[in-house]
Design a protein around this ligand. Sequence first.
Ligand code: DON
Length: 566
Amino acid sequence: MISPLRGLCILALAVAAPPPGFGASKSPVRARQGMVVSAEVRATQAGVEILKNGGNAVDAAVAVGFALAVTHPSAGNLGGGGFMLIRLNKSGETVAIDYREMAPGGATRTLYQDREGNVVRDASTVGYRAIAVPGTPAGLTLALAKYGTMKLREIIAPAIALARDGIELSRFESESLKGARKLLERFPESGRIFLRDGDYYAEGGKFVQPELAGCLELIARNGAREFYEGSIAQQIAAAMKANGGLITIEDLKNYRAVVRKPVEGTYRGCHIYSMPPPSSGGIALVEMLNILEGYPLTRYGQGASRTLHLMAEAMKRAFADRAEYLGDADFVRVPAAGLTSKKYAAERRATIDPFLASNASDLGHGRPDLYESGQTTHFSVVDREGNAVANTYTLNGVYGSGVTIPGTGILMNNEMDDFSAKPGIPNAYGLIHSDANAIAPGKRPLSAMTPTIVTRDGKLFMVLGSPGGPTIINTVLQTLLNVIDFKMTVQQAVDAPRIHHQWTPDRLVLETRGFAQDVIDALRARGHRIEERDSIGDCHTILVDPDSGIRLGAADPRNDGRAIGY
Ligand code: DON
């Protein structure tokens, strides 16, 4: 059964989606200096303007992050969290900024269970108790202070103007708001701001957000501490107290964004940098690439049933390991080196039958310790110096918990659902977790977000990432394989139909209309249980042409994204 939250997420991603498939969009956008690709055109433009005014990729990325909070409210946010991967071209230094949300101090392991130990429906997904301490204001301002060059008020200015002066809503955004009415109308402030109390925004309607503009102005003036200690913090804490939420002023004050070392791996001569825990994305991506490196995929061919079978088997194994081992590495030991080692991948590969699907329930997780040594949105930015940013951030479900803190215009996440409400019980994305992802005060829930940067011969090659819950990791994987193994252009790689397997439930999900019946029949004959889905992922990607250095921007045609370069 598809849970309401997952249903919403899929719906929002599918609004206005053209059928996926080859040739769904034009060639990638080409530019010599800088490129921004995001889910919404005005946010992309805000980033490009910053680049043109001399800002670097981090300046532009932070501007896009603030702008999307205004123009793409289903996922862009101040009240959520995410991950930013940054590569500085001169030194090659690559860092990961973790601004994932955090469980409040009052959170307990059994927070979402009743007295009998049953998980309470919607408790971790809707309303005040589902909200984790937001990380976005801390993360964006930390990235800017450490790696940017411009002042916060210059960077936030486009977002303030978009909120204060209003934007004309696209069909995509107006449909998305209307599609979320069941969630948003449960909370009066959300209903008033995003649904006009039932007088819904139509395509082309003017969407003005004065309260959000006010908060952005305060942050521009006083920095993120306004959100964590100042008047916004007071408003959040008061609303929490009045509505049974857990977040206190202390929780807000204690929040920190953290600079971490990226997960690294190699694949057929490319170097992969991706997100470490509390995301599972980087580790699972590298594990799958390592497994697949053992097969001559180029020869098998893109979209061939043999290739898809092997990809699905690699996905199952990586997701089984994810369920068992991954959690916030500040709280639990994650065998990252083992999971990403080539030897471990060889062992996992040896369990794959080249012809038949393995039964997910027989599969279980492996023993990486033996090799141990020591509605979300993604945007990608490259500047004229070749600095790169891959950023994925989220409210978790589309429009998060549905709660807007009164007086602020800030929508809050429902990221608590990414924890395990109870080991073995699936969350809104059907994911099962172990104790490693149990709830604890101050802990960060496990994520699948996979902002990724790839270099080849030491030079920047690709910048990518996607929304889509667990499908994120597989979306990034397939975009990489399409370029590296199947020699597609970056736009073809992004457009191409996608598959998804997450170990449990034991289903191989295929994008509708993406695959020939012949291929589907062949996969069924190998023992895969097939399910169709309208659309998987929204992978906004940049590739730097190794010969000319030209930046090639590919927005995903499945939604409303846009690449603009100069
Ligand atoms: O961090 C995660 O893995 C999830 N909260 C992401 C949710 C998501 O991508 C929803 N998007 N459609």
